[in-house]
Design a protein around this ligand. Sequence first.
Ligand SMILES: Cc1ncc(COP(=O)(O)O)c(C=O)c1O
Length: 403
Amino acid sequence: MRSQFLPYCLPTIGEEEIAEVVDSLRSGWVTTGPKTKRFEQQFAAYVGCRHAIAVNSCTAALHLSLAALGVGPGDEVIVPTMTFCATANVVRHLGANPVLIDVDEDGLLDIQQAERNISPQTKAIIPVHFAGQACPMDEVYRLTAGNGVTLVQDAAHAVGASYRGAMVGALGQAIAFSFYATKNMTTGEGGMIATDDDGFAETCRRLSLHGMSRDAWKRYSETGSWYYEVTEPGYKDNMTDIQASLGIHQLQRLPGFIERRRHIAAIYNDAFGELPGVRLPRELEGRRHVYHLYPIRVNAKKAGIARGAFIEELRRRNIGSSVHFIPLHRHPAYRDARQHCRGGFRVADELYDEIVSLPLYPGMTDGDVQDVIEAVREISFEHQPMRVYAFQAATTTPVSNSL
Ligand SMILES: Cc1ncc(COP(=O)(O)O)c(C=O)c1O
């Protein structure tokens, strides 16, 4: 058993990031400045979009996108219930109603139920690329074709993921990324809006800094001018150069991070494939999964142990884990959102009873990975409900668990 606790998640920060942050602190540009611009350009080149607007969180990216699209009081916005609260909170912040929708077995928006819930009030849909795997975008586009409903993609988990060969971020008008501490790349706190739409980009950029016509970089640099106008009451969502210092280097390292994540996921898949009552995340056809999360499902009856007890057993063995997510309709703040949904949450409720996110991040050593495997196999083995024992001499050896 491990002597030290293995956290479910840790960022991988190197000396380049640290030196770049120090450089920013020494330069005097500690708010939005040249490094934020550089980070935006590099990010746009990486995902293949025309504009990338750096902000201080994915929450801000989602909020600004909806605001720029004119979502407001009385509007409805379709949101999967299996997501982090930020996806729906921003809808409420604008006075609109989130319409919570069930998910499929992979945790992705239930397209049929979403379709049934489109009403004359529906202004937008927010598909969430859950765990680092893209939603079925062909079907999502079909949902919004010709009906005036817009798409804001929650790609908090999905930087580097792709759908039918196209990067998430190159696929639409408004895609929101997160660089929160746990994400596949981090700026501490941070986010990005990716878009191909020039007008939308301009509106988001303006709204991200009070609605001012010029940002600080344009005003305070050598060639800048002091004059600006506030064209509408905006927000204070801009990214700082200190954050961008991290982002520039994290982005360079992202392909390596993703390879390591995919490698660990492949090792887990091999190790857990045969465990009774345990279901593994799968990579769907036409996707490149970036495994921000590795959520397994533990079926209490078949595995002989309930999810909560499974988490406790992991903890006893010094392995951290988490649950993604507590479905929104189960939170007090969103219980009344049921009234806005026509349909139930059968799959999300089943998932919620069973899911556990295991540790998976680039900083894990091969030894850490083996410790997780050993712990999961041991717990599974100890709790198998229907073991057949081969009585050999004085030993009891389970030989089958498939009865
Ligand atoms: C699906 C999803 N959307 C949005 C967010 C919000 O991201 P941020 O913390 O960058 O605001 C998160 C954060 O965990 C998330 O998991």
